[in-house]
Design a protein around this ligand. Structure first.
Ligand code: HEM
Ligand code: HEM
Length: 211
């Protein structure tokens, strides 16, 4: 948080995403778009040499996610992303018209659910993708498709393809929420880092997200 107590709440800034987190989010998003583009555009009929761009971007994504997990577990408050009882109560009340819901902590239940889904899908895609590198020649090793039997390769390819398709749906929902005007302060926070103290007080339970 910045500024003195005499500054109005609309001008005081509360840090929501550090520069490192914002860089991570946008680099990760760029990798995901490149991966989805190189995977699905050739299927849609736009042909180009996609394999090298695809696997190299996949390796970069794996490294980014590894750094994120280490940072999240050891240097950030990992509890801020864990779905708790209050989140489940508020998500359930959210579908009942007129029901009172409490304010969320740093992230609301749906955001945490989205993060959990993305984490499962992306980790599944990364593990299966790294195994699929055994099928191609790279500067580091020669291909060895006999490492697994045909059945196992079938499962690996199914996970990679199905989870990638699920990511398309997840991202469409995610961008829709990010662009909605009532969520604009969160979108700004992923660009510039901060929300105002007034937005913090209006949208968050201060005992659940302590700054
Ligand atoms: C075991 C795996 C993971 C753990 C424990 C974890 C944990 C966390 C935590 C605690 C936060 C909130 C940080 C904060 O705001 O203080 C977070 C944010 C985030 N996570 Fe993860 N995460 C995991 C996997 C992933 C994966 C696979 C992705 C890939 C898409 C991902 C993408 C993000 C993004 C984009 C954010 C928002 C950036 C930020 O402000 O930190 N996470 N994660
Ligand atoms: C144009 C593309 C994108 C936009 C505009 C966007 C926007 C945002 C914003 C504004 C937040 C912060 C929400 C907050 O502070 O509470 C966020 C967080 C996050 N983003 Fe993105 N994002 C994009 C692409 C992606 C992609 C491609 C992925 C996944 C592969 C992703 C995964 C996440 C995750 C896991 C979080 C943390 C959970 C959450 O806050 O909902 N984003 N994104």
């Amino acid at each position: 948080m910045a500024d003195s107590s005499s500054t109005p709440d609309v001008q005081q800034k509360v840090l929501r995403h550090t520069l490192a987190d914002r860089l991570y989010h946008w680099l990760m998003a760029l990798c995901v778009f490149v991966l989805l583009g190189t995977a699905f555009l050739p299927i849609l009929g736009i042909k180009f040499e996609w394999v090298d761009i695809h696997w190299m971007t996949g390796v970069v994504l794996a490294a980014l996610v590894l750094v994120h997990i280490v940072r999240a577990l050891f240097f950030q408050d990992w509890r801020s992303m864990v779905i708790d009882g209050a989140d489940i109560r508020d998500m359930a009340r959210g579908v009942v018209p007129g029901a009172e819901t409490g304010k969320p902590g740093k992230y609301n239940g749906l955001q945490k659910l989205f993060h959990l889904g993305v984490a499962i899908f992306v980790l599944g895609i990364i593990v299966s993708g790294l195994l699929m590198l055994l099928k191609i020649d790279t500067p580091f090793w020669r291909r060895n498709p006999y490492w697994f039997g045909n059945d196992t390769w079938g499962y690996i390819y199914a996970v990679h393809g199905l989870f990638a398709m699920a990511m398309v749906t997840m991202i469409v929902i995610h961008i829709y929420f990010a662009l909605r005007p009532d969520e604009w302060h969160l979108t700004r926070s992923m660009l510039r880092g901060w929300i105002t103290r007034k937005e913090y007080q209006e949208h968050h339970d201060q005992s659940r997200w302590k700054i």
